[in-house]
Design a protein around this ligand. Sequence first.
Ligand SMILES: *[C@@H]1O[C@H](CO)[C@@H](O)[C@H](O)[C@H]1NC(C)=O
Ligand SMILES: *[C@@H]1O[C@H](CO)[C@@H](O)[C@H](O)[C@H]1NC(C)=O
Ligand SMILES: *[C@@H]1O[C@H](CO)[C@@H](O)[C@H](O)[C@H]1NC(C)=O
Ligand SMILES: *[C@@H]1O[C@H](CO)[C@@H](O)[C@H](O)[C@H]1NC(C)=O
Ligand SMILES: *[C@@H]1O[C@H](CO)[C@@H](O)[C@H](O)[C@H]1NC(C)=O
Ligand SMILES: *[C@@H]1O[C@H](CO)[C@@H](O)[C@H](O)[C@H]1NC(C)=O
Ligand SMILES: *[C@@H]1O[C@H](CO)[C@@H](O)[C@H](O)[C@H]1NC(C)=O
Ligand SMILES: *[C@@H]1O[C@H](CO)[C@@H](O)[C@H](O)[C@H]1NC(C)=O
Ligand SMILES: *[C@@H]1O[C@H](CO)[C@@H](O)[C@H](O)[C@H]1NC(C)=O
Ligand SMILES: *[C@@H]1O[C@H](CO)[C@@H](O)[C@H](O)[C@H]1NC(C)=O
Length: 657
Amino acid sequence: MGPLRLVLLLAPTTVLGAITVYHVQQPLTAAPSASATATSIPPAYNPSTLVPPAVPTDQVMTTIPVALQNSGTVGMSIPQRGSFIGFSIEMSVTNQVLGKNSSLIQVPFLNLMANIQQRAGSVMVRVGGNTQESAKMVDSLPNGRILEKDLQNVSGTTQTPPLDFTADLLYLMRNISDFVNVHWFLGTPWFVTTPFDTDIVTAADNILGDYLLGMQAGNEPDMYVLHGHRNDSYGPYDYFGEFGDFLTQIGGGADPTGRVKSVLVGPNIASFAWTLEEVWDTGFVDTYSENLAFLAGEKYPNDNCGATFGAGDVVNPQDVLPNYLTHTRHQALLEPYLNSTMYAQTKNKPFLMFETNTASCGGFLGISDAFVAALWGIDYALLMAHSNFSGAMFHLGGQNVYYNPFTAPPTNQSTYHQWSVGPLYYSALIMAEAMGPSNTTQVLNLPIDGISEFTPIYGIYESGVPKRVAIVNYINDPSGANDVHAIITLANPDGTQTTPSSVKVKYLAASSVVQKGNYTWAGQTFGGFFESDGRPMGDEDVQTVQCAAGSCNVTVPAPGFALVFLTDDALSESENGGAPSVTFSTTIKPKGRNTVTVDPSLLATSNGNRFADHELAGTSKQQKPSGAAAQGVSALLAVVLGGVVGALLALPGFGRV
Ligand SMILES: *[C@@H]1O[C@H](CO)[C@@H](O)[C@H](O)[C@H]1NC(C)=O
Ligand SMILES: *[C@@H]1O[C@H](CO)[C@@H](O)[C@H](O)[C@H]1NC(C)=O
Ligand SMILES: *[C@@H]1O[C@H](CO)[C@@H](O)[C@H](O)[C@H]1NC(C)=O
Ligand SMILES: *[C@@H]1O[C@H](CO)[C@@H](O)[C@H](O)[C@H]1NC(C)=O
Ligand SMILES: *[C@@H]1O[C@H](CO)[C@@H](O)[C@H](O)[C@H]1NC(C)=O
Ligand SMILES: *[C@@H]1O[C@H](CO)[C@@H](O)[C@H](O)[C@H]1NC(C)=O
Ligand SMILES: *[C@@H]1O[C@H](CO)[C@@H](O)[C@H](O)[C@H]1NC(C)=O
Ligand SMILES: *[C@@H]1O[C@H](CO)[C@@H](O)[C@H](O)[C@H]1NC(C)=O
Ligand SMILES: *[C@@H]1O[C@H](CO)[C@@H](O)[C@H](O)[C@H]1NC(C)=O
Ligand SMILES: *[C@@H]1O[C@H](CO)[C@@H](O)[C@H](O)[C@H]1NC(C)=O
């Protein structure tokens, strides 16, 4: 489709041709003052931190035997994919996160997805959330925008604004899939059913084609009564009936290829007013078996709606911090789903956690945006895999929330601020490595006698053979007294020891559970606020642990996480088995290099911005195409494929290189 795809096919090792401008030049008439930056910090960039919880008073087992068997292990999950963790992007922020329109794609977003693609092969991204329900497709919007919010007319607990969008949003999604292997979920509006507004169904069918993984039929319908979208008698049978009405309606031509009617996702309930069992008991899955590609629920372990929207009690984040530092909370959250994930297996349907994060209504300051969330996210993802979910999506919104896996700068600052990568992006990246691309990966929350709730350990198997071990240490104890020593052994069922002579270990590290930004994964980081272009920075540092006397002693700091690779193949498969490494580099490339003038003293105070570093780091500066400067383009995309530096690419209006 896109020029990139074409050249990739024809000449994979040579110079590539394609271009995306990720933002047009916006003259900065008035730069924000340093004091304004300091006093009115949006939640997504709030540097405040909490106090780490005390070290547990009870003695915790820190020397933990991890005895793995080469076959015959019982209790493992169903086979899982490397793309297990995806992202759920609130529809109203897609023009910040994905791009301004179909020809202005956000380069950092491409990089963030490419990192996961390299490990997992593909990435699942859902565009939707509360804003999908009142979203209306229109022919055009003022100033060529692809979406617009009606902030005068918000509704519901989350004060969701009605949204207008154009088909170009879907072209933007489709164009992204030409660069990185992103497959999409969308949602169709469900508030009004007589008739349904099916414009997005038709557009998704026509524009996304095979890149449409699924279409969500209703978002948290069991909360419709609470939010005033249905009358009090609305229950699972009513939803069942609406699902049928929807199918009848799209059968009337709205779904030209019939794709959408075979990739629906339901019931997407929050298990708030209904249980999943109540939905299953309507006969939903059997009746609509041909239509349902995925079963799904949505669950957050807590909410911050009190503080954010005045809905309910205000939660003090410091009080709930310990809840995010224990494995048992995850078990309690997921336990009610186990019956449904077993049920889904009997119906041969994957079951997804369609939307989740640390807390709904934006998350908690100091938790959702700190190292604690990275550890929480890894443990949660692994436990969902163990619990036979087939995937989960971490939700993200805009500047006004704490919990974003990644945040695009405000559009009027994007000429000088870079992206901020949050803790849950690290969890997602690590989960991609933990699963690897084989599609045969099985996960087991290891049932080790005496293990504490602060130190969960997972065995990760391929075709029944142990390949990796994942170890979380939630304890915050810089003294070292609570470092975990996992004593790993491998054996055949007959008892023959097969422990390797050494293992490779990658650590996720930070100085404390409350640290914000600058976490390192095997020595590499995405930095702090405004410091990332989506590519990991720094040199990779993979540790080798020598095994002795038939066991490998892997130390995991308190706090920290370690992914242990039992063979070198398990490591290379995890790091590069998904797809060739592709990175997209941005180079600030203003007209005459200095059109966007930013006072250096301002940059020095604007949360660690590193404009100059990134400008120098770009690959395209020395290779700019003639004419580019004259067009006043402020950022260019270059592509590096398999280590070969691509030439700079043509701009729309320049022809293709
Ligand atoms: C993106 O989509 C539009 C509409 O289909 C197309 O004209 C354009 O060439 C695409 N842009 C890129 C960069 O592929
Ligand atoms: C960016 O937009 C916000 C919200 O509209 C505004 O408050 C701020 O002053 C703008 N900043 C610049 C640099 O224009
Ligand atoms: C995207 O926006 C830019 C700048 O506003 C404009 O030049 C370009 O034509 C737009 N592309 C599409 C496909 O609308
Ligand atoms: C708010 O939205 C409702 C439903 O879409 C519409 O009927 C009403 O006119 C809107 N109100 C305003 C002030 O736009
Ligand atoms: C509730 O909604 C249902 C379905 O739309 C409708 O049949 C019923 O009359 C409504 N009940 C009341 C009390 O409004
Ligand atoms: C499990 O789900 C099935 C199907 O809905 C239901 O019949 C059964 O009662 C459930 N079991 C439990 C323990 O909830
Ligand atoms: C996951 O599914 C497998 C295969 O059906 C089963 O053996 C295992 O007990 C399930 N795990 C959980 C936690 O329900
Ligand atoms: C894993 O599954 C995906 C999706 O079906 C497929 O594209 C990929 O080739 C599979 N990978 C392997 C190693 O079989
Ligand atoms: C991250 O590290 C850099 C370089 O060491 C430092 O300048 C920056 O202040 C740190 N950011 C945070 C949020 O700690
Ligand atoms: C594991 O390594 C740690 C740190 O090197 C050491 O203190 C501990 O004694 C070792 N444990 C075993 C059982 O070898």
